[in-house]
Design a protein around this ligand. Structure first.
Ligand code: AMP
Length: 140
């Protein structure tokens, strides 16, 4: 279990400070969505990737793309996944952006990793945000 040694900044939810970022949790929300135990509004699915609408959208378009493999964040995904899996993931992200029609207007990809980023779901995911001017890169 990884715990931050200092107080959480206000913008970071308390729960992220106690998430285990070193051992994959098979009961995390996205693992449960992948097993069909929780519903999701799917926008894309293939052999390696699932993408679905974020339950608390931060922009008019807010989609999460996740690999189907057991990865906690981008660090272990890019260390441990096979080349075909990594290529399939990023090709799918680009394809999803085209399907969402957010290439011309623009979009932002975000991948949080660990407490300082505010990551709350310990299954690697990329946020696809679009549909309005997205403002500064980092809040505050
Ligand atoms: P992160 O802070 O990068 O870990 O972001 C996790 C995201 O997952 C947040 O934007 C949540 O709103 C989103 N989320 C949590 N539970 C669900 C769910 N059941 N379905 C869709 N999105 C979810």
């Amino acid at each position: 279990m990884m715990r931050a040694a200092r107080a959480a900044p206000d913008a970071i939810p308390d729960e992220t400070m106690t998430i285990d970022f070193e051992t994959y949790d098979d009961d995390n929300i996205f693992a449960r969505i992948l097993r069909g135990e929780l519903p999701s509004e799917t926008v894309h699915e293939d052999e390696h990737v699932l993408a679905f609408r974020d339950i608390a959208p931060q922009a008019p378009v807010h989609v999460l793309a996740i690999p189907k493999g057991r990865y906690i964040a981008h660090g272990d995904f890019h260390r441990d996944a096979g080349d075909a899996e990594i290529a399939a993931f990023w090709r799918a992200v680009a394809s999803i952006c085209r399907d969402l029609d957010v290439t011309r207007g623009g979009h932002r990809l975000i991948a949080n990793q660990g407490p300082d980023s505010g990551q709350i779901v310990p299954h690697f995911h990329v946020h696809i945000l679009a549909g309005k001017p997205l403002g500064p890169l980092v809040a505050g």
